[in-house]
Ligand binder design. Structure first.
Ligand code: 5GP
Length: 198
């Protein structure tokens, strides 16, 4: 499958299987972030990997749980490890790096944590996530990477809602951003697509 086709494939599946819960929230849990379509993930992973292939990526990072499937597929296609940051600290985590983040879908703050040592100062890290809304998850990842003194080389997002602030946050920091499906607006009448500015 050609690379641009993944964008069209994702948009088609969103139109067929996604549910617009409000003009702010899109439900994608039948193919992306609860039940997962493995063929779609493979195509998404290949697309992100193709886009960032020459950027010296050494690790893919995401946040549990919605980002895990596309991040793993991307890491497989790049041939690098994937780390998912946790939203609750398990007792097995001995020396965490932490950052406080506001959850868009749950509308509350939570603590991101990742075991120190899983991200190294020499890492060039690619952030992958299912959605980009206001960019809070992204900012949390940046805080963790700063603590590890690692370099954030780019962000790959499956679905952005282009009227929210996330895109501007990432672009203002000069971080390369690649989006597969950009929602301009949505309502019970359906989704209006934007042209992602890559
Ligand atoms: P942000 O931190 O950019 O404000 O929001 C991104 C995070 O919130 C993503 O990791 C995703 O889990 C969740 N999210 C944001 N908007 C939506 C949405 O419309 N639908 C779903 N399912 N998750 C969303």
């Amino acid at each position: 499958m050609k690379r641009g086709n993944t964008m069209e494939e994702l948009k088609r599946i969103i139109e067929e299987k996604g549910k617009v819960l409000s003009d702010q929230v899109l439900k994608t849990d039948s193919f992306l972030n609860h039940s997962v379509d493995p063929v779609l993930m493979d195509h998404i992973g290949r697309d992100f990997a193709g886009h960032f292939r020459d950027d010296g990526i050494t690790k893919v990072i995401t946040i549990e749980s919605g980002g895990i499937a596309p991040a793993l597929a991307t890491a497989m296609h790049l041939g690098v490890p994937m780390v998912f940051v946790k939203k609750a600290r398990p007792v097995t985590m001995t020396a965490p790096l932490t950052a406080t983040v506001h959850s868009f879908t749950k509308n509350r703050d939570y603590e991101l944590c990742v075991e120190q040592g899983l991200i190294k100062a020499e890492d060039h890290v690619l952030f992958i996530d299912d959605f980009l809304a206001n960019g809070d998850a992204f900012k949390g990842i940046l805080t963790l990477l700063d603590q590890a003194q690692a370099h954030l080389a780019g962000a790959g997002i499956c679905i952005e809602k282009s009227w929210q602030h996330g895109r501007k946050t990432i672009r203002d920091l000069g971080i390369p951003l690649y989006v597969l499906a950009s929602v301009k607006s949505m309502s019970e009448d359906g989704i209006v697509w934007d042209e992602p500015d890559q």
